[in-house]
Design a protein around this ligand. Structure first.
Ligand SMILES: [Zn+2]
Length: 400
């Protein structure tokens, strides 16, 4: 498990291991891949293709790890040798990762190396995610509207890397995710590498639209069509993740067996739960005028990206409204879970008719500023000072 711990809130996320046994279904393909290694018939350029949300990237990574595992069994990598250890974080020096990137304003080169750590954590969290999910990570920080591509620079860099003779494992793996995003210059340069591959180098391409690749490239590749996960595979998987069957069936119906999307929906709900902890500590600190810890809290939320900040502010508005409902109406009208209701029971006396409009207005204004690229640190600090002031406003009368 990847554990993000801060002073104020904690949440867990599963981190995937790139082992065959971690990937549901696909038993025929797994066996075929393992056989290529056993029979020493590993093709130097292979294309894993199929729909978004299936196991093609996970399978390619498990295969790369298996190729280099020092203690492989008949069915999987060992998971413990020094090669597997480096594959665990996708940081093996002989694993080269190429994926679409944005051309950043002011940067001379546009290569995957500039974003590799971001991509590693993205994949380790959800190896079934889509290109669209990858682009969303950028959109929250950067609204250039530019296309995600694999640029010519990438081909130059990989050429240079592959001319270095010394490498430590039997196979050097170049993994290209979404090769259909290569521009023409990059395609032509990489084609030369596929035609005359450096010794011991395996190219694994993972594509959702192989028909967009140059025919000259396609003809060089051994093709592996990866099918969608079956409903039963997904049900078994979600059952192990303690998701109840009814909900699992709904998720499958909504996404059409797209495991990437299912994991995304689930992880967003997980973050949704944390909003409560984040909100409750903010209110407690503001109530106590604890400026030192408020500024730590501000640093944390400033770090979390615009999407989360916007979600948090909308959640804060919802909670302020619930406090008001609690003060004026029956608590049965609350649309909150148990934890939230307990908090409101104690905190509602401080958010009332005299200050709730002020608080909600301020929160709404902040959402607009976030969307206009305001500096999050300054914004949340000033907002906290406002909240401190508003919480001190006394009720003129109390309704019983
Ligand atoms: Zn191993």
């Amino acid at each position: 498990m990847l554990k993000f711990t801060t002073n104020l809130f904690t949440f867990d996320r599963k981190k995937f291991l790139m082992l065959f046994k971690e990937i549901i279904g696909n038993s025929t393909i797994k066996q075929q891949l393992i056989d290529t290694v056993k029979k020493n018939r590993v093709s130097h350029a292979q294309l894993f293709f199929g729909n978004t949300g299936n196991g093609k990237l996970a399978l390619a990574l498990a295969y790369a790890q298996y190729l280099n595992c020092e203690n492989k069994t008949d069915i999987d990598s060992c998971g413990d040798c020094s090669s597997c250890f480096k594959y665990k974080n996708l940081s093996h020096p002989d694993l080269h990762l190429i994926f679409p990137v944005l051309k950043m304003p002011g940067s001379k080169t546009s290569t995957s190396d500039n974003f590799v750590n971001k991509w590693r954590s993205f994949v380790l969290e959800n190896p079934y995610a889509s290109l669209n999910d990858w682009s969303e990570i950028f959109d929250s920080n950067n609204k250039t509207g530019k296309q995600f591509l694999i640029y010519k620079d990438e081909a130059d860099v990989i050429h240079q890397k592959l001319t270095l003779k010394n490498f430590e494992s039997p196979y050097r793996v170049v993994l290209i995710w979404m090769p259909e995003k290569m521009n023409l210059e990059a395609s032509n340069k990489l084609l030369k590498l596929f035609e005359e591959p450096p010794k011991g180098t395996i190219f694994l391409l993972i594509s959702t639209s192989p028909n967009k690749l140059l025919p000259t490239i396609i003809s060089r590749l051994q093709k592996i069509k990866v099918p969608d996960f079956t409903k039963n595979d997904i049900l078994t998987y979600l059952d192990k993740s303690l998701i109840d069957t009814e909900k699992s069936k709904k998720l499958i119906a909504i996404t059409g067996s797209n495991l990437g999307k299912i994991l995304k929906i689930e992880s967003e709900q997980l973050e949704g739960l944390d909003l409560f902890e984040q909100f409750a500590s903010w209110m407690r600190l503001s109530y106590k005028t604890d400026i030192v810890n408020i500024s730590k809290w501000v640093d944390e939320i400033a770090f979390m990206g615009r999407k989360h900040q916007e979600l948090f502010l909308s959640y804060a508005i919802k909670m302020a409204r619930e406090c008001l409902i609690f003060n004026f109406a029956n608590h049965k009208l609350l649309k909150t879970n148990e934890k939230e209701s307990m908090f409101i029971l104690k905190f509602a006396p401080f958010i009332h008719e005299e200050n709730s409009i002020l608080i909600i207005d301020e929160l709404e204004r902040s959402i607009k500023s976030i969307n206009r690229n305001a500096n999050a640190k300054i914004l949340f600090f000033e907002l906290s000072l406002q909240i401190i002031k508003f919480l001190k406003v006394k009720r003129k009368f109390v309704i019983n």
